[in-house]
Structure formats: C-alpha cells, structure tokens
Design a protein around this ligand. Structure first.
Ligand code: BEZ
Length: 218
C-alpha cells in the first residue's frame, strides 16, 4: 500500500506548470485551468476539517483575505474530506467565532488533487494531506512551494511576505535578500559578464559590498 502511494504521488516543482484538475468545492465545481484567470493563486491543503491546528490556519487565511485580494491573489483550500464535512465545518467556525471561510475549499475525497500536488506524503499520513502551499502565478506556473507536517501550523506573515517578494521581484527584475519586506532595499542581480561586472563596480548604488552584492532602493 505504502509503495503504491509513493509511486503515484507526484511532487510538482518550482517552474512546473500547475497540474490541471476538476474538483467540487464549497463554491461550486471548478476547472483549475479556468480558475482565477489573470490572478495569482495560493492553493493550500490542510489535513482535516474539525481539527484544531487546521481551524487556526483556515481562520488565519480568512482573516487576512483582504491582504491577498490586495495582491491580486485568490485563495483555494483543500482537504481529503467530503463536501458535507466542509460545509458543516465552515458553518461551525462561523457560528463559534464569526470567522467565515469565504474562498473555495476543494473536497478531495478521492485524493486525486492531493496526489497530483504531492500533498499526500505516506510516511507522514496515508489518509490526510500535509500542510502544503503552492504559489501559482497568473500563467499558472508554480513559483514557490511549502510543505509543513501535520503537527506544525504555517506562518501567515511569511506566506504574504513571500507572495509579495515574488511579485516585486517579477515587476522589477531584482532579487530579494534575507528577511526582505516591503520598503526594504532589493538586490541587483549578480553580473553575467565583464561589462555588467564593471557597471556594478562603477554604478551609484545605495549599498555595495562588492560587485556581486549590490542593493538599491525601489
Ligand atoms: C490539527 O489540525 O490539529 C491536526 C490535524 C491532523 C493531525 C494532527 C493535527
């Protein structure tokens, strides 16, 4: 059984096209290739409805949804649960805490999507998805992947920071240093030839350690 699951569990990588699928969600049926056209997508999985860590994480996504909206990003969750369990959980959390999960949650009861995205990691659990986060750009290319185990919740600040770092990097052709956050200096890409190296040496930059580590303000 374990060997079988390992063989069919694909691990999409950074730079891959996001695998397409059709699924039932709390917001109706979707075809992923047609979902959230021209937007970034955060596709994330949680192990199970009606569990404590998952409830804190889903609530975190819901409470920060306006920040994802501001970054032109749609949220879509997933777990290996039925649509009935999803609906009951969404309603239960709303009644208990007032937090409403106002984004689609995939009911992946046949594990089809979990397997396509490497969310089912049998040495962690054979029946529950790990805590995965796929950052997918408007061309449906996978740009960043996070996998967390069942017993540790994710960090919403880091998910938003990494999303914004990807977008600012794309928009400006720069790279982001350790702990970069909005407003910080960014890294000028290292030179690819001698002319570019000389330009880094002579150029007027905000911060220069050496020709290969140059920062500028945006
Ligand atoms: C939780 O969300 O609390 C949880 C779910 C599955 C396994 C362990 C913890």
């Amino acid at each position: 059984m374990e060997q079988e699951l390992k063989e069919i569990n694909i691990m999409p990588r950074i730079g891959d096209q996001a695998p397409d699928f059709e699924a039932v969600t709390t917001k109706g049926k979707i075809k992923f290739s047609a979902f959230a056209k021209d937007k970034w997508i955060i596709l994330f999985s949680h192990p199970a409805d009606f569990t404590p860590v998952c409830t804190t994480e889903m609530s975190g996504f819901a409470q920060r949804k306006a920040e994802f909206d501001a970054l032109n990003t749609e949220l879509i969750g997933l777990s290996i649960d039925s649509i009935h369990a999803h609906l009951a959980w969404v309603n239960n959390v709303k009644e208990n805490t007032g937090v409403y999960f106002d984004f689609p949650i995939i009911a992946d009861i046949d594990m089809k999507v979990s397997r396509l995205y490497g969310m089912l990691q049998p040495n962690e659990s054979e029946t529950a998805a790990v805590r995965a986060v796929f950052f997918i750009d408007p061309s449906k290319k996978i740009r960043l992947v996070m996998y967390y185990p069942l017993n540790v919740g994710r960090n919403m600040d880091e998910i938003l920071r990494a999303l914004e770092a990807l977008q600012v990097s794309d928009a400006n052709g720069v790279a982001m240093p350790l702990n970069w956050k909005k407003g910080d200096r960014v890294i000028v890409p290292p030179p690819k030839d001698l002319d570019e190296m000389q330009e880094r040496i002579d150029g007027n930059y905000a911060e220069k350690i050496d020709f290969y580590l140059v920062k500028k303000d945006l």
